[in-house]
Structures are given as structure tokens and as C-alpha cells.
Design a protein around this ligand. Structure first.
Ligand code: MLT
Length: 409
């Protein structure tokens, strides 16, 4: 069998696997050293009690003939699709219906799998730095071209830097598919309504589709920051929105998220006919996916009860407070920092011009903190590291103490 050669073009391992391998090696070589993880955005608080009780009940359902569930609907159970539509959209005055919501095993899978519904010829635009799944999955699908000077020849790169506040702006070139993330991973910055409206206008003018990664929207506290791209008029015709229960309710290990494909969103076929993308995504999911598990979906449903909403708010506030601590401590110590407001991520500039991996190595070996090297999110991330607010309060404070001690030396 001939392999998909695109795999050989990719860097050998996925960013977070590379970080984890380096960390494992450091621990093996330094037994007993306590490393605080501020790298991958994995949560530390347990699953909210409302979801745990609902999942216990769902396990019991599985034990009875009368309430047993086998294969579920590939696009998700109505009980969860209805809860998402009512709470995340209709309650905010946004016109999204339950049958436009597709429940999945998480945002990462959907962001990668969406490539099945657009042509290999599409020109993809990505923010640099950005979540590596956008780039890697499109390279696997054959849309990258060649890697020249660490950039893929067929992508449009949306450079994010200090000058534009790390927010991607619509390019002069044409793109067919644009990946946007707000609040952004890794920089933690978010679009205002006006900035997002400029993207919707670009997509409409270019007959492009925005894949809007909104996994961190629960972290938004600023009223000027939109929670959903569908708050922008005209977005129903140009945007797919992807969300997750991972960072709100600790579902990183349980796996559940959803993707919104509005019925009014179309692409064009080879003859120029308009084809609803919702129909294609439904076909893709029914063919390649058997649905998220019943038990997990019952857990996610419980997050929309009054108790569940309160618990999610408490979790998010806890991580936001960690992010605030990191942002303030680092700023006071003279570091240039972005994010950490409306976001669990803090984007930190190297204080002495070190490269990202060099700073990663120093933080690990000397301060015993693991961070994510900014260059792992793209070339424009060189010279930065990302810290997360997802550790415990105690570890976050201890990590700040260690980092400051180390940089004072
Ligand atoms: C991150 O650290 O960027 C995220 O946790 C990765 C993910 O959600 O897959």
C-alpha cells in the first residue's frame, strides 16, 4: 500500500506530544524534581457534580432493558442539541436551531474532520501563531503544498504580532477557508465585534467559509467581545462554529463538543451549483462517526441546568483568576504579556531575546516549570512562550514564584 505522503512532510510529532516527550525525558533524568505543568491546556478541577450525577443515572439507564441505549444519532441526541440551541444561542438572541448543531467527541476532532467537506484545492488561511491542528490537518489532507522556510507554500498566513495586537486581519489575497479562534489559542487575545465583522465581510466578498473556533468563549467577561460569530449580521451564510465542553466543564478526558453548521451556509460544486454544507457534514458524520456516547451527552446536558451553569461559572472563574495572577505577576516583573483576560492563556515575550525552545528549556531545567514554546504554534510565535491558567491555584502561585526567582538571577 502506498502511504499518504503528506504525513512525511509534517514535523515528526504533534506539538503537545513533543512537549510531553521532553517533559518525560526531563523527569526520568531528574527523579524527584517537582515540575509544574503550565503547558498543555488541560484542566485540573474535577467534573461538576451535576454532570457526575447525570452520568451515574445514565450508567444505570444502560443496565435496564427499558432504558438501554445502543447506537445513538450520529449528530447527537435531541436532548443535548435542544439544550445547546436554547442556552448557547437562543438565550443570547442568536438564530441557531437544534438541527444545525452536531454533537461530537470534541472540538479538535471536528476542526480536523471538517476538511472532508471542502475541496483539496481550497486555499486555507491560518493565523500565525495558531492552534496547530488547523495547519497539520490541512497538510495531511493535501492542502499545504511544500514547506519552504518553515511555511507551507499553499497557505495564506495571517501574521499576528505585537503591532496588530496578535489579532489576524483580513488579507489582500483570496482564501477559501479561514480558521479563526477567539479568544485565541495561543495568544489569549479576542476579537471585538467590529474586528469580527470585518472578517464576515471578507468571507462574504470572497465566497469563503470561516471555521470559527470558539472553544474558549466561556472565558469572555468583556461585553465588547462577541461569544459567537453568529452575533455578527451575515455570519450564518459564511461561518461554521466549533465549541467544546473541555475547558468549561473539564471534559478533556470525557470528550464532548459540538459544531454548528447553519442551514443557510453553502459551498459550490464543480458546476458552480450551491450546495448546503450542513447536508455534507451530516453525510460525513453519519458515515465516519457513530456519535458521542450517551453517558457523556447526558453529562453535558446537565451543564445546562441551573446547578450546572453555576458550577461551570465557578470553574471558569477559578481558571480566570489563575490567568489574572499570571498576567499581573509577569507584567509587574517587566515581561511583555498578552491575553490572560477573557482567556485562560497568557502569551509571554522572551525577556532577553531567547528563542521559544531555548526559553522552554530554561524554564524546565532551572525553574521546573513546563510551558509551551510559542514557535510550536507557527513561525510568528518565535521568541514567545504560552502559559496556562489551568493548573491549581497553589501550583499557579508557586510557578509564579519560581519564574520570578529564576529571572531575577
Ligand atoms: C492546548 O493546550 O492548546 C489545548 O489544550 C490543546 C487542545 O485542546 O487540544
Amino acid at each position: 500500500m502506498r502511504i499518504n505522503d503528506n504525513f512525511e512532510k509534517l514535523p515528526e510529532s504533534y506539538l503537545f506530544s513533543t512537549v510531553a516527550a521532553k517533559l518525560r525525558k526531563f523527569r526520568e533524568e531528574n527523579p524527584g524534581v517537582d515540575v509544574i505543568r503550565m503547558d498543555i491546556g488541560d484542566v485540573t478541577l474535577p467534573i461538576p457534580a451535576s454532570a457526575i450525577s447525570a452520568m451515574h443515572r445514565a450508567v444505570d439507564d444502560m443496565a435496564q432493558k427499558s432504558s438501554f441505549h445502543g447506537y445513538g444519532p450520529e449528530q447527537g441526541y435531541d436532548f443535548l442539541r435542544d439544550a445547546v440551541a436554547a442556552n448557547d444561542y437562543v438565550a443570547r438572541g442568536i438564530d441557531i436551531k437544534a438541527d444545525e448543531i452536531f454533537i461530537s467527541d470534541g472540538a479538535k476532532s471536528d476542526l480536523g474532520n471538517l476538511g472532508d467537506i471542502y475541496s483539496e484545492d481550497c486555499v486555507v488561511a491560518v493565523a500565525d501563531p495558531g492552534y496547530p491542528v488547523y495547519v497539520d490537518s490541512n497538510v495531511i489532507d493535501g492542502r499545504g503544498g511544500e514547506l519552504v522556510d518553515r511555511r507551507w507554500s499553499r497557505f495564506v498566513y495571517l501574521d499576528c504580532n505585537e503591532a496588530n495586537g496578535f489579532k489576524p486581519v483580513p488579507p489582500a489575497e483570496h482564501a477559501d477557508v479561514i480558521f479563526l479562534c477567539s479568544p485565541a489559542n495561543p495568544t489569549g487575545v479576542s476579537f471585538t465585534r467590529e474586528e469580527l465583522a470585518a472578517w464576515v465581510e471578507y468571507a462574504r466578498a470572497n465566497k469563503a467559509v470561516i471555521i470559527y473556533d470558539s472553544a474558549y468563549c466561556a472565558y469572555i467577561t468583556d461585553p465588547a467581545v462577541p461569544h459567537s460569530i453568529y452575533e455578527i449580521p451575515g455570519a450564518r451564510e459564511v461561518a461554521i462554529e466549533v465549541r467544546s465542553f473541555s475547558k468549561t466543564a473539564g471534559f478533556t478526558g470525557l470528550r464532548c463538543g459540538y459544531t454548528v453548521v447553519p442551514s443557510s451556509l453553502c459551498g459550490t460544486d464543480a458546476e458552480g451549483n450551491e450546495v448546503p454544507l450542513r447536508k455534507l457534514w451530516l453525510r460525513r458524520q453519519t458515515t465516519k462517526f457513530n456519535g458521542a456516547s450517551y453517558i457523556i451527552q447526558r453529562g453535558a446536558e446537565a451543564l445546562y441546568t441551573e446547578e450546572g451553569k453555576r458550577e461551570v461559572r465557578e470553574n471558569v472563574d477559578y481558571y480566570l483568576e489563575n490567568a489574572r495572577t499570571i498576567r499581573e505577576t509577569m507584567s509587574k516583573a517587566g515581561f511583555t504579556v498578552f491575553g490572560g483576560e477573557n482567556s485562560p492563556y497568557i502569551w509571554v515575550k522572551s525577556p532577553n531575546g531567547e528563542g521559544s525552545w531555548e526559553l522552554f528549556g530554561k524554564c524546565l531545567s532551572e525553574a521546573h516549570i513546563s510551558c509551551t514554546p510559542g514557535v510550536g504554534f507557527g513561525d510568528a510565535g518565535e521568541g514567545y512562550i504560552r502559559l496556562t491558567g489551568f493548573n491549581t491555584r497553589e501550583n499557579t502561585k508557586e510557578a509564579m514564584r519560581r519564574i520570578l526567582d529564576f529571572f531575577k538571577k
